[in-house]
Design a protein around this ligand. Sequence first.
Ligand code: KG4
Ligand code: ZN
Length: 333
Amino acid sequence: MKHITILAIETSCDDTSASIISDGIIQSNIISSQLNHTKLGGVVPEIASREHQKNIIFIVEKALNEANKRKKDLDAVAFTNGPGLLGSLLVGSSFAKSFSYGLKIPLIAVDHISAHALSHTINQKNPVFPFISLIVSGGHTQVVLVQSYDNIDIIGETRDDAVGEAFDKCAKIIGLDYPGGPLIDKLSIEGDENKFQFPNTKVPDFDFSFSGIKTSFLYFIRDNLKKDNRFIEKNLHHISASIQNKLIDMLIDNLLKVTSKYNIKEISIGGGVAANSLLRKKINFISKENNWNVYIPKISFCTDNAAMIANYANFMFKDSKFSDISVVPYSRL
Ligand code: KG4
Ligand code: ZN
């Protein structure tokens, strides 16, 4: 039987990524992160789309070369159709559409969040359904029930900031570079997570809210700096560990509520914040107490990457879920 080979492109935010999947196995996953946003303190949409435009041909060529494939080997081309920054999405979608048109191969429009939710099934032959997935990144915070690859219900989501955004904003308040999430994670290793306490945020149903904790954190730092202008440098590790602990507990508490309501013990996590070491540690610990089977993708499949788009497109290909060239990217759900 002929192996199905798909090229996938991901350009929803500031990472330009291309991946080749062949016979259900990822052959390459090239990611180019746009470092210039670090200096600017966050992703600047206009710059992100221009950088995608510069990177995309080179990244796609690299993905093909690393997979030892040529354009004529491709059976379909997939791309992230949303949600994301519109200018960024347009670069990937226009590129994929031209490829599909020029090579006369099907086009597959993939939803970014669904791809994150299924990212632990990458390179797995028989994924288990149903499962609960916690998708946590700089742009999204959701807990979803996945009955099958194309039957995903949102159980809860953030009403304001995403948890990665909360990490990044708190990091900025204490003078760390963007993205601050990984830096907070690193600094926390030597900190006491119970040294500082932050107030609880009450959110109805299974939703999340992170704007209140961010404001409490801002006031906490401001008030302590008034008393001691070296407060941050003296306590950097403890501050990082304490805010990280609070943000991660907010995720875990909700996940526990959802899993007990739905009585599902198959749990996955995905998105950039799934790279967080405390989240991984706590989920692994709780899974033993609750008899969960936890699926945590390797870090390069947690942060934005085209392998997860290729993986999802592979499911869609089998059901001939192809898109017309007129399909329009969407910036929000
Ligand atoms: O999935 P992703 O690469 O892009 C989006 O779709 O947003 O996630 C990026 C987010 C950023 O907010 C970054 O600070 C956060 O994930 N992040 C982390 C860690 N690694 C990445 N947050 C906490 N701890 C980490 N180790
Ligand atoms: Zn993402």
